[in-house]
Design a protein around this ligand. Structure first.
Ligand code: FMN
Length: 359
């Protein structure tokens, strides 16, 4: 059977050479939102491994939208300039570069995972957070409720960040609407208690997302693919779930969304997640059943066989892998050997392609 993992995919003006993509992963290594040499080497070496796409980490559209003080941003030209250098290298390897545009909402101003993920006090460089409602996440500080002016500013920030991203050379834009960050906070009835047109009905709770999608789509070329990452469930009774998300798929496709990247959780500390390999695949399957555009699966898949089986079962059109790429940057090349698929190798590494040859 022909490998689906090594089939190409074209979305608008971008062709992806295979279906195994690098999932966005925060590196907690930026200075004032500016990506550093670490990001260059980290993302650059991932590109050398030949994935279909390298998606850069959750990158804030405004300073207060950073998850931590050491998260990347793209709200100013200095940041865009440093991204440009990184993107130039990634694309020189024949790999499209994507950027995940994010606003952390009430989960901003926290420490990195290595430092315990707790809230950062203002004396230590933290900042006041914003959210749809003044309800805190767990033990974090209560956020300030956004008024309509604040919501409009967030929408403009996403559009400006998208424009800068395209100028920096990114060929894919992903809106981060997952993991309990600002957009997800609007979507979920467990964090949105508003009584205005941004709260109440599911459609009202999705209003800010629609506004952001329209603004971003308007700020980027027709040829640029636009993805959204969603948490398809809060894993809490009475929370946002996959049936709510399914209702948004058609309207978002009409507005020019090109791929749904299906993750889960992150909104409420009461979440109960049944963890096992591929534990989110049933969610991408459910969205794939209603979507006309491609759907991505992610989460605890580590072997080429698991990736291929998920695609063969039509549970997803592409696989995002995270941690396995941190363990093995050559994951795609290893899969190519397993499925006897031909891959381009960088000239510098050509001798690795022919292990029997004597240098
Ligand atoms: C270090 C680290 C940082 C992450 N940062 C992000 C992020 O910036 N944006 C995002 O959507 N998910 C983020 N995630 C989640 C991953 O993209 C992925 O969805 C998750 O790790 C599950 O996939 P895996 O089992 O293949 O790692 C992060 C995960 C890790 C391990």
């Amino acid at each position: 059977m022909a490998s689906k993992l090594f089939s190409t995919l074209t979305i608008r003006g971008t062709t992806f050479s295979n279906r195994l993509w690098v999932s966005p992963m925060c590196q907690y290594s930026a200075v004032e939102g500016v990506p550093q040499d670490w990001h260059f080497v980290h993302l650059g070496s991932l590109a050398v491994g030949g994935p279909g796409l390298v998606m850069a980490e959750a990158t804030a559209v405004a300073p207060e939208g950073r998850i931590t003080p050491v998260c990347t941003g793209i709200w100013n030209d200095e940041q865009a300039q440093q991204w440009k250098r990184i993107v130039r290298f990634i694309t020189s390897q024949g790999v499209p570069a994507g950027i995940q545009l994010a606003h952390a909402g009430r989960k901003a101003s926290t420490d990195s995972i290595a430092r315990g993920s707790g809230p950062v006090d203002p004396e230590e460089g933290g900042w006041p957070t914003i959210a749809p409602s003044p309800r805190p996440y767990g033990r974090y500080a209560p956020p300030q409720e956004l008024d309509e002016e604040g919501i409009a500013r967030v929408v403009v920030d996403f559009a400006s960040a998208a424009r800068r991203s395209v100028q920096a050379g990114f060929s894919v834009i992903e809106i981060h609407a997952a993991h309990g960050y600002l957009i997800h906070e609007f979507l979920s009835p467990l964090s949105n208690f508003r009584t205005d047109r941004y709260g109440g009905s599911p459609r009202n709770r999705a209003r800010i997302l629609f506004e952001i999608v329209d603004a971003v789509r308007g700020a980027i070329p027709e040829s640029t693919p636009l993805f959204i990452r969603f948490s398809a469930t809060d894993w809490v009774d009475g929370g946002w779930d996959v049936t709510d998300l399914a209702e948004l798929v058609g309207p978002l496709e009409e507005r020019g969304v090109d791929l749904f990247d299906i993750s889960s959780a992150g909104l409420d500390p009461r979440q109960q997640i049944p963890i096992h390999p591929g534990y989110q695949v049933h969610l991408s399957r459910a969205i794939k059943q209603v979507a006309r555009v491609p759907v991505g699966a992610v989460g605890l898949m580590t072997t080429p066989r698991e990736f291929e089986d998920t695609l063969q079962a039509e549970d997803a059109d592409v696989i995002f892998a995270g941690r396995e790429f941190l363990r093995d940057r050559m994951l795609v090349r290893r899969a190519a050997v397993e499925f006897q698929s031909e891959m381009e190798w960088p000239e510098q590494y050509l001798m690795a392609k022919f292990p029997g040859a004597i240098p």
